[in-house]
Design a protein around this ligand. Structure first.
Ligand SMILES: Nc1ncnc2c1ncn2[C@@H]1O[C@H](COP(=O)(O)OP(=O)(O)O)[C@@H](O)[C@H]1O
Ligand SMILES: CC(=O)OP(=O)(O)O
Ligand SMILES: [Mg+2]
Length: 410
């Protein structure tokens, strides 16, 4: 079954076309990303698998919105020179990553009118993400009206958190009235890397206390107890917790009220401040991309870049320590996401001073590891530290197949 996976973000669309041989066996036919949607010059990076090898093509053009971005993706998939399928109609199903599923969804679902209504309603809780997912769903409905679409939610995995983790200490009626609570995100990734690591180590996930660090542009940490999400750093929206590319992470709410008054910020101004102008970008004043920050810090000795790096690492350590305390210790610590997979220096820095938790960090094993599975703790360590490349698209594609199979059976 040919499944197109779409991860529509606020200004980008990541995609993969997978040939699903079975629920857990697949071949990637093409992979790519559309970036800078809505800006003067948009970019499509398209990597088709041709003769067993991934080739890379880059195109730039104004891409006004998600519909235009998706049209470009479809054109590339069927193009004679660099396409991988003959006809758009060869695509049998579409799997969408949806960031916010609220309390409505604890598992992946076939998209129908009610599902769309709910994803849309949740846009107010994930303004950077859900509107973009809706745009993707509508665009695909127009292009391939007969192909079923499945939604796979970041929040589903975290629905197992106990109320002690998911409630804020505000009057309880705001939870019942507005569903105001912590939801957590990146669940697909946290679940995938935890399962993958346990498979690799040959251990039973049900007996493990695991901390997974998904460190990307958006970043979150999860405490996974007996295979279930027990706590996580993101909350009601994807702004809580770690310091991110442009998101603030934890901030004293009193500081926000103070700034709104002093800087005359309205709701949009406050939202932009917390989501788009803060984090690593806000501290460094340079960039939201960790590669730029590392370059400025290491090669140009820029003190604000060094400060941003140090703050970023310290916040990750704080959560690992907190989650170890909540679960009564950790057996497995996992790094994933753009920074977690490709930043050996960040991993080493985060793990320094954490060895009291029960491991010795193997610097040689860590050095140079980018984008591949590796154990980073010494063999004697009680706590295992690992890098596991995430693969949200693979999970989304396999959930899409599972949901469609069970829909046929029912
Ligand atoms: N070689 C690298 N070293 C350090 N950081 C890296 C490297 N490659 C990518 N990154 C970081 O990964 C981030 C993107 O992570 P990713 O998980 O792809 O983000 P998202 O899915 O949230 O957009 C980039 O912003 C960059 O900071
Ligand atoms: C929820 C979230 O932060 O997603 P992303 O990492 O794609 O921004
Ligand atoms: Mg991501």
């Amino acid at each position: 079954m040919l499944v197109l996976v779409l991860n529509c973000g606020s200004s980008s669309i990541k995609y993969q076309l997978l040939d699903m041989k079975s629920v857990d066996k697949s071949e990637v036919k093409a992979i790519g990303v559309v970036e800078r949607i809505g800006l003067e010059e948009g970019i499509l990076t398209h990597k088709p698998q041709i003769d067993g090898e991934f080739k890379k093509y880059k195109f730039s053009n104004h891409i006004p919105d998600h519909e235009a971005g998706i049209s470009l993706i479809m054109d590339s998939l069927v193009n004679r020179a660099y396409g991988v399928i003959e006809d758009m109609l060869d695509i049998e199903a579409i799997g969408h990553r949806v960031a916010h599923g609220g309390e409505y969804f604890s598992k992946s679902v076939l998209i129908d009118d009610l599902v769309k209504e709910r994803i849309n309603k949740l846009s107010e809780l994930a303004p950077l993400h859900n509107p973009a997912h809706m745009a993707g769903i509508f665009a695909m409905e127009k292009l391939l009206p007969s192909a079923p679409q499945v939604a796979v939610f970041d929040t589903s995995f975290h629905q197992s958190m106990p109320p002690e983790s998911f409630l804020y200490a505000i009057p309880y009626e705001f939870y019942t009235k507005h569903k105001l609570r912590r939801y957590g995100f990146h669940g697909t990734s946290h679940k995938y890397v935890a399962e993958k690591a346990c498979d690799y180590l040959g251990v039973d996930i049900e007996k493990m206390n695991i901390v997974t660090c998904h460190l990307g542009n958006g970043a979150s940490i999860a405490a996974i107890k007996n295979g279930k999400s027990y706590d996580t750093s993101m909350g009601f929206t994807p702004v809580e917790g770690l310091i991110m590319g442009t998101r603030v992470g934890n901030l004293d709410v009193g500081a926000l009220l103070f700034l709104m008054e002093k800087e005359n910020l309205d709701l949009k101004g406050a939202n932009d401040l917390l989501n788009k102008k803060s984090g690593v970008l806000g501290i460094s004043g340079i960039s939201s991309d960790m590669r730029d920050i590392e370059d400025e810090s290491w090669n140009k000795k820029n003190p604000r870049a060094t400060l941003a790096l140090n703050m970023y690492h310290m916040r990750v350590k704080r959560y690992i320590g907190a989650f170890a305390a909540e679960m009564g210790g950790i057996d497995l610590l996992i790094f994933t996401g753009g920074v977690g997979e490709n930043g050996p220096e960040s991993r080493e820095e985060i793990c320094s001073d954490l060895e009291f938790l029960g491991f010795t960090f193997d610097k040689n094993a860590n050095n140079g590891v980018r984008g591949s599975l590796k154990v980073l703790s010494t063999p004697e360590s009680k706590l295992k530290v690992m890098v596991i490349p995430t693969n949200e698209e693979q999970v989304i594609a396999s959930d899409t197949v599972k949901v469609l199979r069970s829909a046929v059976l029912n």
